[in-house]
Design a protein around this ligand. Structure first.
Ligand SMILES: NC(=O)c1ccc[n+]([C@@H]2O[C@H](COP(=O)([O-])OP(=O)(O)OC[C@H]3O[C@@H](n4cnc5c(N)ncnc54)[C@H](OP(=O)(O)O)[C@@H]3O)[C@@H](O)[C@H]2O)c1
Length: 306
């Protein structure tokens, strides 16, 4: 069995070593132009030339949960596209989202400013009932985030394409229920995949439907959000703030207004990092399952794009 590894912007040697250790029966090589055809590929942002040369691949394993960049390329027609299915990311996303929600709800940003000036202040406790949290996407990450927020006793609602039932979470589905979902949400956490249907979904209309004093946490993809619309709604006072971890251009360009906006907290796409050892174990397990002819989780539906 041949496995080719083509990961740009990644320290590849440790992936090669880990995959070789996990799959000693396989010939694991870094891809070079003109390399022999492989059975499986482990990829991150591969060039089109890689895909054009490796048309016989049976499966492409993306070392991230989001496959939006991969789906823009011309893929081998018969290859399964398999994304990371949690692999240690959901707990990171849950802690990141809970931190962002709680930091805003408990006004910890205000306390940090006061303490920095040597001020011992108190703010009036707020009611959780006034801070319903809405999670966009109830997949592997969104569901975990929604459940973690519910454990802190926030009223939590979630929205997905198909109907879901999640304990402690009021679930909404499809475009017909989107406006109702938004109208009852004050803090919005975005965990949708980026597809043609979800691009620019967070715009003036949708964000304008959030309850007054809304707060936006974008941990999915930058292209979900219309940057200028967010700034307009922050400046008008309809939105109280935003925590943004993902951007249309990354790294976020130095001149981008998000860096300096007083109501925006920027983090450098770090909410849920790919964990190498967990990912290698998951990919190796799935390669073995496919070799035995068994189904695997995390296969991308090419029509839906996620
Ligand atoms: N910032 C980071 O560090 C980071 C790290 C990892 C992932 N991410 C992002 O997080 C995203 C979600 O990951 P995941 O593993 O949770 O994905 P997932 O398991 O595929 O879940 C996607 C969810 O979004 C819903 N959805 C998709 N299209 C929709 C639409 N048009 N309308 C309504 N709901 C829709 C799906 O609905 P159904 O359940 O009905 O299919 C599903 O509930 C990734 O695609 C990636 O962009 C970011």
């Amino acid at each position: 069995m041949r496995i080719t590894v083509c990961c740009t912007d990644t320290k590849i040697q440790r992936w090669l070593d880990g995959l070789r250790a996990a799959l000693p029966e396989a010939d694991v090589q870094e891809w070079r132009p003109g390399a022999a055809p492989a059975d499986h590929a482990v990829v991150w942002a591969p060039p089109q030339q890689f895909l054009d040369e490796q048309q016989g691949l049976r499966a492409l394993f993306n070392i991230g949960a989001g496959v939006d960049a991969l789906m823009k390329l011309r893929l081998p027609p018969d290859a399964l596209v398999v994304r990371l299915d949690d692999a240690g990311m959901s707990v990171q996303m849950a802690e990141f989202a809970c931190h962002a929600v709680i930091r805003h709800f408990r006004e910890l940003d205000g306390y940090e400013r006061d303490v920095a000036q040597g001020k011992w202040t108190f703010r009036k406790p707020r009611s959780r009932a006034d801070f319903p949290v809405g999670v966009l996407g109830l997949g592997v990450l969104g569901r975990r985030v929604a459940q973690a927020l519910a454990a802190f006793e926030f009223p939590v609602r979630g929205w997905s394409r198909s109907a879901h039932a999640v304990a402690g979470v009021e679930c909404f589905a499809g475009s017909g229920q989107f406006d109702d979902f938004l109208a009852g949400t004050r803090v919005l956490v975005n965990l949708l995949p980026l597809t043609p249907e979800t691009e620019n979904i967070l715009d003036r209309r949708t964000l304008g439907r959030l309850r007054p004093g809304g707060y936006v946490i974008n941990v999915a993809r930058g292209a979900h959000l219309v940057d200028a619309d967010l700034i307009a709604l922050l400046d008008s006072g309809h939105l109280a703030g935003a925590a943004l971890d993902v951007f249309r251009t990354e790294p976020l360009p130095a001149e981008h207004p998000f860096w300096r906006h007083p109501k925006i907290v920027v983090t450098p796409h770090t909410s849920a990092r790919t964990l190498r050892d967990e990912s290698i174990a998951q990919i190796a397990g799935k390669i073995r399952a496919l070799e035995r002819g068994e189904p695997v989780a995390g296969v991308v539906d090419r029509k839906k794009g996620y």
